[in-house]
Design a protein around this ligand. Sequence first.
Ligand code: ZN
Length: 449
Amino acid sequence: MFQFGRNKNKTAPTFYNGYCYSQVGVSDNNIYLECHEKSRQRCSARGVKNSESPVVSLTKDHNHGQNYDTEVIYNFKYQLYHSVTSSTRDLRLIYNEISIRHSRASALVPYISITRTMQGWRRSNCPPVPTTMEEYVRLLNSPRWRSCFISNSSNISAVNINGTDGSVVTIFIDATLLQNFIRVNLYVDATYKVCPRKPYKKIYQFFTIMASFDDAVLPVAWSFMSRNKVYPQVAPHLQVLSVTTDFELGLRTLLPSHQIIPAFKWLLTVYSAFQPAFHQFLQYFQSYWLETVKPENFSVFGCLEKTNNYVESNNRRLNVEFGIHPCIWDFTKKLMELYERSKIELESMMMGLPIRRQSRLNYLIKEAVLIRAWDLYNNNVLDFKHFLECTNKFLTIFENDQGLLSVDEVDTFINFKIQMYIAINEKLYIAIDEIENNVPEHIIFIHDN
Ligand SMILES: [Zn+2]
């Protein structure tokens, strides 16, 4: 009935006294109108109105009755059209939200009756939902769609790296931005909650790579990983060497360990600007993970002191801003906003302006406590289990609010009796029974499906 977006020059319809009119001409202050039902009802009603007044004077009568619903339906659809074409949000969510303010109209126009129309509107501002990661990157980089998501002044690249086992990693990275980071600590946050719903089964985890700049940490690169293999639910044969934090867990699942090095080397070859930024990280990863711990002993302790602070705040931000399993294009749009904000924050910092509050006192205490525990562990004063038990008391990823109040308390864990299993996070537990056989028993992965 109303064709939004088809002919952009068309003026909005006029509503008066239960009838709807289209404009056919203007002269001086007069607007000439004809009935909107001209073709459908063969109504030849015509009228004229002053541009300052809502009143329509008919010069020829209607052949049908009044319908006050036409106007409320028009307004409702207009809002829907505007929202669908100006965002990448889920259609159903848009409908639900707008229908609250248009109760009569939404009763007359149920979602099911307008879904196809909304999908048509959406096609004008959003690519189709890709079925593969390859298609996703191709669409995002295509001349047709790139400008919808990535501003012309941005240098961000979206590229895929193919693993030898068929997995695909999509990486978003801006080489120019990274040139501003010379000596950095890198932090990696892995999350599943904000991964797009489609191709839902294919995306395994989403990673934010953050880099330090002066006293702050900024997200500088992002990555999706496709599902490639399923970890065993219970792996009693695994010997646990030490604890993994969210940070480590993230890296471990970022790429199968035999692939992370080729992938980063590939990046370094393609963008030599990464060299300074990722050099340290590569060295750390290579020596500590691949050579000392070995990929098969999956976890490693060595996390950077402020990791949890940054990782947690990044995680909160993602959850709030992205929502749970958004549409992939909505996700992309938000991601690009995040990236643009990083650029702005970096600019502020380069001018010497602070962008974050100072570390709160409890973070400073946590940091001191962690460093102490780390020292004791490295010097074999705290063994693995006691180290776990100790960190369990203050790392918030353990969802433990008690906390340790001072560095001295760390030392009390040296002779602590442990008989419990420990939750590394909500999906990973390590069971320990000191009384039984004095070794960590097994690792339990809890899967979503
Ligand atoms: Zn009419």
